[in-house]
Structure formats: C-alpha cells, structure tokens
Design a protein around this ligand. Structure first.
Ligand SMILES: Nc1nc2c(ncn2[C@@H]2O[C@H](COP(=O)(O)OP(=O)(O)OP(=O)(O)O)[C@@H](O)[C@H]2O)c(=O)[nH]1
Length: 300
C-alpha cells in the first residue's frame, strides 16, 4: 500500500510546528486525512495534539537527567534511542493507508543532519526502499527575516542545501513568517531571494556597517567578530558560501504566510507534486556512505 508523507525541517524557531498546524488545518478544511508525528523530544505546545509523539518513547528532559547530558547531547541520545526502537514508528505508520498525509515535525538542531547523520539514517528507514516505504518529501523552512542579514540568509541557505544533499529526498524550501518582512522589504527585493545567487552580496546593506566598523576599529582585538567583519575575512567567507550555493544552483524558495490560507494551500500543492514525483521514481540504492553506526558512537 502506498504511503505519503512530508518531513518538516529547519533551524530552531523557523516556524516548523506552526507550519505543521497550518497544514493540518488546511487538510481538515479540505476533508483530507493526516497523521501528525512529533519527533521533537523537547516540544511542549501544539495546536493539534500529535497522533504519535516521540515523548511517549523518550523525552529530552528524562534523557538529560538520567544520562547527565546537556541539551544537544540529550537530543542526540533521544534520536539514538529512537533508532534503536524503530518499532515505535513502524507500528504506528505501517497500518496507514494512502489517504493519509503523514506530517513529521522535526527538531531544529543542525547537528542531527550534519555532524552525525542521524536524520539521514532515520529517513532511510521511512522512505521508499526502506522498511516503511513512504513516498516522502522534505520541507525545509528558513525564517524570512534572515533576508535582512544576507550573511545569515546564505548560512541558512547552505544548511538547506546540506539537508537536500544528505537526505536525497524531493525537497521544498520555504521562507517562513512572510508576514514579518512584507512591510520591511519590497516585493521586488524579496523576489531576489527566491533563487538566491551571489549577486545578493554585491549590494549588501551590511557592507556599509562593515566599512564603519573598519574605520572605528583600528586597534580592536583582531580575533573579535567585529574585527573579522571589518577586516574583510567575513565578507570573503560569505562570498565563498554564496558562490558555492550559486555553483550548485539547487536551492530556491517558496514564500509562506501561515495566516493566508491560499499561501498554505500553494505550499501543500508543491509538497503533493514532490511526493508524486517521488512515487514515480525508482527506489534508490542504499547509500552506505551515510550509514551511521549509532551504537558505537561516542556520546559527547
Ligand atoms: N509572525 C509570525 N510568527 C510565527 C510564524 N510562524 C511561527 N511563528 C512564531 O515563531 C516562534 C517559533 O515557532 P515554532 O512554530 O514553534 O517554530 P519551530 O521551528 O517549530 O521551533 P523549534 O521547535 O524550537 O525548532 C513562535 O513564537 C511562533 O508563534 C509566522 O508565520 N509568523
């Protein structure tokens, strides 16, 4: 039986849970069924109660207390525990029919995707060719207020690109919280962030700040953040990041305003299309390079 799902990802506070709620509301209004899975072991507040919550298996608070770990170590421990107990997911998701859109709300910590490929290992279990064989799409959210600070915007875009490469899923990238920028940035200017390229750094308003810092900071500590910024290293780093993104030419963004039903519906259409695209593809060969031997990993 075919299954369909979307994994909602993005940095902490990007609006993932809010987007999941908006999706659920939209699906309900359109008489579509969904199954909401919360995989953030620290999440507390939901507009819609999850149908499956990782906290029923393990909570961040318990992991930190019992294992003597900090928040990041605790989160990694929770995911390793989940990988060790995948029946928790399998038993809930396996009986679902193709009527359901499975919505998976992920935590925001980037470590889970990059430093150690815990999320890629989890996705391999969920996606086509894996045990659950779900036709999956990833939705990566980045807060639109990042467009005010282009260095931050490119850093966020790089993390979206990293997730695309690591997860090998059909991917929808979304600039969230559009209501916060629509009065600050013109439509024409916002369009430039839809398909980001390195020309965005040619007229970066923060350059004038760097020039000002440079004139004020002649005797400052050369390793301080302001000195690095004023000294041009920061600018060169941003240029290199932007060039890398430009060279790959993989990331483009949709705009999301959760208060606007049409905006939520439009993103859902892209997600539906990406899932259909996934269904039409041959299941991929397992990529052993991203296998994560979580049982042998050292806990930090
Ligand atoms: N103005 C505005 N605020 C939003 C929007 N989406 C989320 N927020 C607010 O941003 C904050 C974070 O939203 P969440 O939905 O919890 O974000 P998250 O990505 O799930 O956060 P983590 O679970 O901590 O990673 C909350 O205070 C939300 O109310 C939006 O579209 N517009």
């Amino acid at each position: 039986m075919s299954k369909f799902g979307v994994v909602v990802m993005g940095p902490a506070g990007a609006g993932k849970t809010t987007f999941c709620s908006a999706l659920i509301q939209h699906l309900r209004l359109n008489k579509r069924s969904c199954f909401y899975v919360n995989l953030d072991p620290a999440a507390e507040e939901f507009s819609y109660a999850p149908d499956l919550d990782i906290k029923e298996l393990i909570s961040l608070e318990d992991a930190m207390e019992e294992m003597g770990l900090g928040p990041n170590g605790g989160l990694i421990y929770c995911f390793e525990f989940l990988l060790d107990n995948l029946d928790f997911l399998t038993e809930a998701i396996d009986p679902l029919t193709d009527e359901y859109l499975i919505i998976i709300d992920m935590p925001g910590q980037i470590e889970l995707y990059t430093h150690i490929p815990i999320v890629p290992t989890l996705i391999k279990h969920l996606t086509r060719g894996g045990a659950l064989n779900v036709n999956l799409c990833a939705a990566y959210l980045l807060e639109s207020t990042f467009v005010i600070d282009r260095a931050k915007f490119f850093a966020g875009t790089l993390s979206a690109m990293s997730a695309m490469i690591m997860l090998e899923l059909p991917h929808v990238n979304v600039l969230s919280k559009m209501d916060l920028v629509k009065d600050l940035v013109s439509r024409k200017e916002l369009k430039r962030f839809t398909d980001p390229d390195n020309s965005l750094l040619d007229d970066d308003p923060t350059d004038s700040k760097a020039a000002l810092l440079s004139s004020q900071n002649k005797s400052a500590d050369p390793s301080s953040a302001d000195s690095l910024m004023a000294g041009g290293s920061f600018k060169r780093l941003n240029k290199a990041v932007a060039q890398l993104i430009d060279d790959f030419s993989m990331v483009s963004f949709l705009h999301l305003d959760v208060q606007n039903e049409d905006s939520v519906g439009a993103i859902l259409s892209y997600i539906d299309d990406a899932i259909q695209f996934h269904e039409a593809q041959e299941p991929r060969e397992p990529n052993d390079e991203i296998e994560y031997d979580y049982q042998d990993a050292e806990m930090g």
